[in-house]
Design a protein around this ligand. Structure first.
Ligand code: BDR
Ligand code: CA
Length: 311
């Protein structure tokens, strides 16, 4: 089993990624850490508790982390996710308790305790907690097996500015520190997530599972896709964050290339842009595996099969 920590800002697509991970026996979910992003930290933390409770995974510790980016004010995305971050269905108030540790302490402690090179970090939101952990404890960098994250975009451009994707835009300095950390990175940028679309037929198949997890996931997708469908004029919205978990489970669903990736931190115009040297024009060493295309039917077959395993 692959031991993983998911760092997240739920978010409907984060929530579906959590369900996919929780339902997958190949993954050992060591903990879920939360960060401010789509909505403020208090809500992302509440949402993580609701989702793990829905998944029946009361065994997984949930630790709250950074409530703001490293050195810029927090920007949120209620216009995409709704005022709770998880609009689309009302989940009951969770009884699952929060772990008392700070997310950064949890990440550092877990990496030090576990066998070096075994734990994969899966960031699905702004990279604030990961950057803080690397700052606080540089000794953890070589102990991380790899970081598989959702963020960035190159050929597709940005979704919050013409240049930048939301997670990197919110905390560009954190993204920069992670990409220069020397830890092996796999990134799922908008270029790949915009191929994984929640079409009406795919949502219907998930709803037809007839279980609670399926009907909740379908309601989230219906809410979440409205924004993107309107914006991009396509059938269905992109299901960004679950690509990270699907990659861990079935890497063959994705096509990728190893590239040098740098993050813009200073420019006002291109803040948070991921500059991906796809054609190798800089001669700089590759620091990331960049996912570019996905087998969307294979992805939804996997997601549907896994959601069926939940209650
Ligand atoms: C990313 O931003 C958030 O809105 C989503 O949860 C995803 O992580 C996509 O740009
Ligand atoms: Ca997210």
């Amino acid at each position: 089993r692959q031991p993983i920590i998911i760092d997240t800002d739920p978010g409907q697509d984060d929530a579906i990624a959590l369900l996919l991970a929780a339902a997958s026996p190949e993954l050992e979910l060591l903990g879920v850490t939360t960060v401010a992003g789509n909505v403020p930290l208090a809500l992302t933390t509440l949402n993580a508790r609701k989702v793990l409770e829905l998944a029946g995974r009361r065994d997984v510790p949930i630790c709250a982390g950074a409530d703001r980016p490293l050195d810029v004010p927090l920007v949120t995305a209620e216009h995409v996710h709704g005022d709770t971050g998880l609009n689309g269905v009302d989940l009951p108030e969770p009884t699952l308790a929060l772990d008392g540790r700070h997310a950064v302490d949890f990440i550092v402690q877990t990496l030090r305790e576990r066998e070096a090179g075994s734990v994969t970090l899966c960031p699905l939101g702004p990279l604030t907690n990961i950057a803080l952990a690397l700052r606080q404890a540089p000794d953890i960098a070589p102990r991380i097996r790899r970081i598989v994250l959702m963020g960035g975009g190159f050929f597709e451009g940005g979704n919050v500015t013409p240049a930048a994707e939301f997670n990197f835009y919110v905390d560009p300095q954190a993204a920069h520190e992670v990409f220069t950390s020397g830890v092996p990175i796999t990134m799922a940028p908008l270029d790949v997530t915009h191929e994984v679309l929640t079409t009406a037929a795919r949502i219907a198949a998930i709803r037809a599972l007839g279980n609670r997890a399926g009907s909740v996931a379908a309601a989230w997708m219906e809410f979440f896709e409205r924004y993107d469908e309107e914006k991009y004029g396509q059938d269905g919205g992109p299901l960004h964050d679950p690509c990270v978990i699907a990659f861990l489970l079935r890497p063959a669903l994705f096509q990728s290339r190893d590239c040098n990736v740098r993050i813009e931190t200073r420019s006002e115009l291109t803040r948070g842009m991921s500059v991906i040297d796809w054609w190798g024009v800089t001669g700089l060493a590759a620091n990331a595996q960049v996912l570019r295309h996905a087998d969307a039917d294979g992805f939804f077959a996997l997601l549907t099969e896994r959601l069926a395993r939940l209650g």
